[in-house]
Design a protein around this ligand. Structure first.
Ligand code: NDP
Length: 490
C-alpha cells in the first residue's frame, strides 16, 4: 500500500510539504503507519488534474457503457480483495471485522447497481404547444466533484459518493477523514488498476481545515458532497457559496426508535440494541433515542439492559466481537463529556457510563454501552448527536405523544416504529419528519433506496436514482423543425 503518498493526476505523489501524519489503531493506540499530510496546494493540483481529465482528455464524453464496465471491474476487484480491505478498515477504525467485510460486499453491490442504472433510459420529451419544436431533456455530468467523507464508515461513505459520481461521468477528488485514510488508499489503488483514466480519480489526504476547505471553496469544483458533523457541514455550505457550487450534506441525527406496547417484544428489544450499538453507535442513523410506550416500559428497559450487558466488546479482529473502541482519544473524550452532561442534567445512568479500563481495554478508546433513563426532552443528551454507544430512553403514552417526542429535535434523518398494527404504523410514519423510516426493522440500507435527511440532517439524497441525479445537470434541448425568421422586429 502506498501509505506515504496521494494519488493526483494518475501519479502517486508525496505531500508538497513533505509532511506525514500518524495513523492510529483505536484498539490499542498504536501507530499503524504514516500517511501523506496533504496541503491546500495539493488539493489545487488534484482539482486541476480532475478538470483536465473531464474537459480536455474526454472523460466527460465517455460512453455510459465504458464507465459502467470500469465500475464493474472495480466491484470485482473489491470483492477479490475483501480480506485485505476489511482488515485495513478494522485496523484503522476498530470496528468488528465482520462489519468491515459486510461494508466491502455492500459497496461492490452499490458499484454494480450504478453500473446498471447508468445505461438505463433517462430524460424526458415534451409535447409542446408548438408542434414544430421537439423538446427534450438530457442529463449531463456536473464536472469536478469533491467528495469529503467521515471516519465512521470509510469504505461505504466513499463508495456511496464515488459510485454515482463516476457513473454519471464526473471526475472526482476523494478526501477521506485524516484519521481513517487506509481503505481509501487501497480503493484508489484498485481504481488505478482497473483503468480509470488519469485524473478521473484523485485522492488527497490531509486536514479538513486545509485540504477540505480548499476543495469546498474552489471556483473549479462543481459540487462538494460531504458526510460528517453539522458544524463542519455549515462551514462547507459557506465555502461552497464561492461559486454557488452544488452541495449535498449528510449530517447525522438523533433518530427515534419508537416501541409501541403491541410490538413483537423480542424483535423490538433486538432492534433497540442493533439500532443503537452497531458500530459502537458511530452511525449517523443510530436509533439513539428509544421511545417506549409506558405499558411495557419497565419490562423493555430490563431486557434492553440485559441484552446490552451481553454485547461482546473487544478487538475487532477477534471472533464474536460485535463492538470495538470509539474512533479516537479526542472522540472518546467528547462522548465521555456527554455522559457527564447527562448526569448533571439529572438523567439516570441505568447501564455503563464509563471508559472501560480492564487490562484488555486499557490502551484503547473503549466506552461501555450506556443507557440513560429519566430523561426530559430538553436535555442536551436527548437533543444532540453523541455519536458513541450512548442511548437515551424516553417514555410515552399513545400515538400523539410518540409523534410529538419523535419530532422534537432539530434533526430528521431516520426513525423506526415497532408495532403489530400496520394502520397505526402508517399513520405515525406519515407524521414523522425524517428522510428514512423503518417499520418493524431498524437500520438496513438498500442501494436502490434514497438516503438523506429532513431538517438539519442535511441536504440532498444519496443512493438510488436520486443519488445519481444529484451528480448530474439537466439540459433542455429544443429543436425547431420550422426553420424561418421570427419577423419580430420587422
Ligand atoms: P467532521 O465533520 O469534522 O469531519 C468530516 C470530514 O470533513 C472529514 O474528512 C474532515 O477532515 C472534513 N472537514 C473538517 N473540517 C472541514 C472544513 N472546514 N472544510 C472541509 N472539510 C472539513 O467530523 P469529526 O470527525 O470532527 O466529527 C465531529 C462530529 O460529527 C462527531 O462527533 C459526530 O457527532 C459527527 N459525525 C457525523 C457523521 C455522520 O455520519 N453524520 C460522521 C462523522 C462525524 P479531517 O477529519 O481530515 O479533519
Amino acid at each position: 500500500m502506498e501509505t506515504g503518498k496521494m494519488f493526483i493526476g494518475g501519479e502517486w505523489v508525496a505531500s508538497s510539504s513533505g509532511e506525514t501524519r500518524e495513523v492510529i489503531n483505536p484498539y490499542d493506540a498504536s501507530v499503524i503507519c504514516h500517511v501523506a499530510e496533504g496541503t491546500a496546494e495539493d488539493a489545487e493540483h488534484a482539482i486541476a488534474a480532475a478538470k483536465k481529465a473531464f474537459y480536455e482528455d474526454g472523460w466527460g464524453d465517455t460512453p455510459a457503457y465504458e464507465r459502467a464496465a470500469l465500475l464493474r471491474s472495480f466491484a470485482d476487484e473489491m470483492e477479490a480483495n475483501v480480506e485485505k480491505l476489511a482488515k485495513a478498515e478494522t485496523l484503522n477504525t476498530g470496528k468488528a471485522l465482520i462489519e468491515s467485510e459486510y461494508d466491502v460486499y455492500d459497496s461492490a453491490n452499490i458499484l454494480r447497481y450504478y453500473a446498471g442504472i447508468v445505461t438505463q433510459p433517462t430524460g424526458q420529451t415534451y409535447d409542446l404547444n408548438d408542434p414544430a419544436v421537439h423538446a427534450m431533456t438530457v442529463r449531463e455530468p456536473l464536472g469536478v466533484c469533491a467528495l469529503i467523507v467521515a471516519w465512521n464508515f470509510p469504505i461505504s461513505l466513499a463508495i456511496w459518493k464515488l459510485a454515482p459520481a463516476l457513473a454519471a461521468g464526473n471526475a472526482i477528488i476523494l478526501k477521506p477523514s485524516e484519521i481513517t485514510p487506509l481503505s481509501a488508499i487501497l480503493m484508489t489503488e484498485m481504481m488505478e488498476k482497473v483503468g480509470f483514466p488519469k485524473g478521473v480519480v484523485n485522492l488527497v489526504m490531509g486536514a479538513g481545515v486545509t485540504v477540505g476547505n480548499a476543495l469546498a471553496s474552489s471556483l473549479d469544483v462543481d459540487k462538494v458532497a460531504f458526510t460528517g458533523g453539522i458544524v463542519t457541514g455549515r462551514k462547507i455550505m459557506c465555502a461552497a457559496s464561492s461559486n454557488v457550487k452544488g452541495i449535498s450534506l449528510e449530517l447525522g441525527g438523533k433518530s427515534p426508535n419508537i416501541i409501541f406496547a403491541d410490538a413483537d417484544f423480542d424483535t423490538a428489544v433486538d432492534y433497540g440494541l442493533y439500532g443503537m450499538f452497531y458500530n459502537q453507535g458511530e452511525v449517523c442513523s443510530a436509533g439513539s433515542r428509544i421511545l417506549v410506550e409506558d405499558a411495557i416500559y419497565d419490562r423493555y428497559l430490563e431486557k434492553l439492559i440485559e441484552g446490552a450487558k451481553k454485547i461482546k466488546i473487544g478487538n475487532g479482529f477477534e471472533e464474536g466481537v460485535k463492538m470495538g473502541p470509539v474512533i479516537s482519544k479526542q472522540h472518546m473524550e467528547k462522548v465521555l463529556k456527554y455522559i457527564e452532561i447527562g448526569k448533571e442534567e439529572g438523567a439516570t445512568v441505568a447501564l455503563g457510563g464509563y471508559r472501560m479500563t480492564e487490562p484488555e481495554y486499557e490502551k484503547g478508546y473503549f466506552i461501555a454501552p450506556t443507557i440513560f433513563t429519566d430523561t426530559t426532552p430538553e436535555m442536551r443528551i436527548v437533543q444532540e448527536e453523541i455519536f458513541g454507544p450512548v442511548v437515551v430512553i424516553q417514555k410515552f403514552h399513545g400515538e400523539e405523544e410518540a409523534i410529538q417526542l419523535a419530532n422534537n429535535t432539530t434533526y430528521g434523518l431516520a426513525a423506526g416504529i415497532f408495532t403489530s398494527d400496520n394502520a397505526k404504523a402508517l399513520r405515525v410514519v406519515k407524521k414523522i419528519r425524517a428522510g428514512i423510516t423503518w417499520i418493524n426493522t431498524y437500520g438496513p440500507v438498500y442501494p436502490e433506496a434514497p438516503w438523506g435527511g429532513y431538517k438539519q440532517s442535511g441536504i440532498g439524497r444519496e443512493l438510488g436514482t436520486y443519488g445519481l441525479d444529484d451528480y448530474t445537470e439537466v439540459k433542455q434541448i429544443n429543436i425547431n423543425t420550422n426553420v424561418c425568421p421570427t419577423g419580430w422586429f420587422e
